[in-house]
Design a protein around this ligand. Sequence first.
Ligand SMILES: Cc1ncc(COP(=O)(O)O)c(C=O)c1O
Length: 429
Amino acid sequence: MVSVLPLQLLPDTAAVDSSGKLSIGGCDLSALAGEFGTPLFVYDEAHLRSRCREAVAAFPDGVAYATKAFLCGAMARLAHEEGLLLDVATGGEIHIALAAGVPADRLVFHGNNKSPSELSRALEVGVGRIVIDSMVEMDRIETLVAAGAPSPTVLIRINPGIEAHTHEYLRTGAADSKFGITTEGGAAEVAVEQARASSAMDLIGIHAHVGSQVFDVASFERAIEVIARFAAPLDIEELSIGGGLGVAYVEGETAPTIPEWGKAVIDAAMAVGVRARIMAEPGRAIVAQAALTIYTVGTIKEVPGIRTYVSVDGGMSDNPRPVLYGSGYEVFAPLSTTAERTRPIRLVGKHCESGDVLAWSAHIPDAVKVGDLLATPVTGAYGHSMGSNYNMARRPAVVFVEGGNARLVVRRETDDDLLTRDLVAGSPS
Ligand SMILES: Cc1ncc(COP(=O)(O)O)c(C=O)c1O
């Protein structure tokens, strides 16, 4: 198979010069690799802002950025500046958002097992909304408020027994989930009644998140009908449909745009007579295509008659998605972006794990050799945020590029960073 990189997978400001060199935000990728080293996450700031603006326009009642997709101080600030709320799912995400200067009342606190100490901090700082995921959590809030904590504004996350997938829509199976309070057997109604009767919280809405990487807006339309049917008799103020809008990762995939998604959801809600505010929480759709990762080729190994392994200086520690989900990625050489990719390879990392794969089945230009740069597009979501220190890998730097300037927003980890929590090897001798 011979193919060239589908340029629509690149960030909005991507530009390729006549020699095939790629720049993003006016910054040449090879120069970025030279200055900041590899592996390197490069985010197109204009692309991020544009997707945030689309989301705000598509959901005029309010929209949150799901920080689990990618979080650092710069991203928290950018989403806040663009008018989004921030969906946070742990005390750690709350901490980063607050440290970045996002006001607590702009945070929406999620999670199926919020600890008493996480909840206590959330109440004390005054997070805007807590999305209650279980009766245990409701009891925890009751206890904290009884002990003097401020009472929160809450939504209840229901599990409506539906799940939207990339190309399918399942009615069964989704009830078997750790998230949310099931509508089956009336458990969700009981939760709503209990929250309403409680003086420890102000219930304003219902939340449901029906899937991730969903390519078909019809799935959201059908989901909203089910959720709206549950919510209608409750006369609530707010209905959040969570996140989940898919993005194209590889050649041949197409996904709805944020405006298309918003219109489908809001039209479907109107059609079934929803009067509540319609909110959403995109993560991936805001950040995934805004970034790519640059690597340096370290070794090339031919296994005659079977395949060629190209090893780069990162791996599952900066992008675990291929290992976790079998996800596919494109691979290209950013110095010859438009070159025909003729050589079939498997792109692998440097970790001590046979499954340490970045692209299971990719093609690269024949001329690529040890020492060259390779890049994987659409790595802005669930790469950096799901990264690890496996093999004591030093996690990569993150740069935001715009108007010819590269802003280092997360520096590369150092060997000393690896020792900061080690109370034996890390203590001064
Ligand atoms: C409650 C909730 N909201 C929003 C999101 C964001 O989803 P996505 O990044 O697919 O838009 C998730 C993802 O797991 C989620 O669980």
